[in-house]
Design a protein around this ligand. Structure first.
Ligand code: MN
Length: 205
């Protein structure tokens, strides 16, 4: 269980084959304005890899791009919409195929409106994660140990949560609907970047 910090790219061959959990940290919520600072990855085996981008980075990152664009690797996110837009904008790749734990949660946990990662990890896995560093300065020259731990914990539980969420999606007969929503997420992120961030194009008005 180790957190590895890398600068500007993922080293080659550090991930086991198969699905990977992905999260990003940025300077804020407006993707074109607020630069991508960190991409976190877990292959579900217990280690987390953090790839850090300095101010002024060219985001070349060939190894990271190849992993993110690999159609053979399912990418697990919590709120994929945001991460897909940031990755698309800064790294130039569509990081699909997609599984989003927040969308899955919305489709099965209809008894609550609390679909944050902290809440989901607590209910499904009985684990506690801290959200204290969420709004910290991810562009700082050095990341603190608390930031590294927070960033890593955002990808640490996604594989285990997928197992639980899949059980519940099957039980409630909503797996096919969930899959359709996951498949749409790259287009939803593209709409965010293309100028329809808060507009529901499916709405009547
Ligand atoms: Mn995060």
């Amino acid at each position: 269980m180790t957190i590895y910090l890398h600068q500007e790219d993922l080293p080659p061959d550090v991930l086991a084959p198969g699905s990977i959990a992905i999260d990003t940290e940025t300077m804020g919520l407006q993707t074109p304005r607020d630069r991508l600072c960190l991409v976190q990855i877990s292959d579900g085996r217990g280690d987390e890899h953090l790839v850090r981008f300095a101010a002024g980075s060219d985001y070349a990152a060939p190894n990271l791009r190849a992993v993110l664009a690999d159609p053979a690797r399912l990418k697990l996110y919590h709120f994929a919409r945001f991460d897909l837009a940031a990755i698309r904008h800064y790294l130039g790749v569509v990081a699909a195929p997609v599984y989003c734990t927040k969308i899955a949660s919305r489709l099965i946990r209809t008894y609550t409106d609390r679909h944050g990662l902290k809440e989901l990890v607590r209910e499904l896995l009985g684990q506690e994660i801290s959200k204290q560093q969420q709004t910290s300065d991810w562009g700082a020259p050095e990341l603190s140990d608390a930031q590294k731990e927070y960033a890593a914990s955002d990808v640490r539980y996604l594989h285990a949560m997928k197992v639980k969420l899949d059980d519940r999606l099957i039980r409630e007969g909503r797996m096919a609907l969930a899959q359709s929503c996951f498949d749409f997420l790259p287009a939803r992120a593209e709409l965010d970047l293309a100028g329809w961030p808060e507009i529901d194009i499916f709405a009547h008005v």
